[in-house]
Design a protein around this ligand. Structure first.
Ligand code: 5GP
Ligand code: ZN
Length: 115
């Protein structure tokens, strides 16, 4: 999508601190980290949010959840103590970038409920 910042990051048009990449997924450090480890995991193709996912995306979501996130959590050394995965969705969900992304946050104790 032409004016989407995360599409531009996924395609390399906009630089970012990439920690993982394959043909379907890019993961990069958040510009304004909210925890010692704060990485965003995105599909390379533009999907607005979890509400934009379809049957054809089942393998992609499984790949993100079953492979990419556990691998990153281990590599970034937050797997043992714990971490949080968040997909803010829509206005009241606090979503500011309308390209599906999973926040992986760790390296400190998380609070519940979130703000
Ligand atoms: P949301 O608020 O939509 O759940 O999360 C969007 C996240 O993207 C925010 O944590 C914000 O700091 C991050 N972000 C926004 N623009 C950029 C950017 O250009 N580069 C990077 N690395 N992160 C960004
Ligand atoms: Zn996009």
């Amino acid at each position: 999508m032409a004016d989407c910042i995360f599409c531009k990051i996924a395609s390399g048009q906009v630089p970012s601190n990439i920690v993982y990449e394959d043909d379907q997924v890019t993961a990069f450090r958040d510009l304004e980290p909210q925890a010692p480890v704060h990485v965003l995991i995105i599909p390379k193709k533009h999907v607005e949010s979890v509400l934009g996912l379809g049957d054809e995306d089942r393998e992609l979501v499984s790949h993100i959840m079953c492979d990419v996130i556990p691998k990153l959590a281990r590599e970034l050394k937050v797997a043992e103590k714990g971490f949080r995965v968040v997909a803010n969705t829509g206005e009241e969900g606090g979503q500011t970038v309308k390209h599906l992304h999973f926040h992986l946050l760790g390296g400190r104790s998380m609070q519940w409920p979130p703000g």
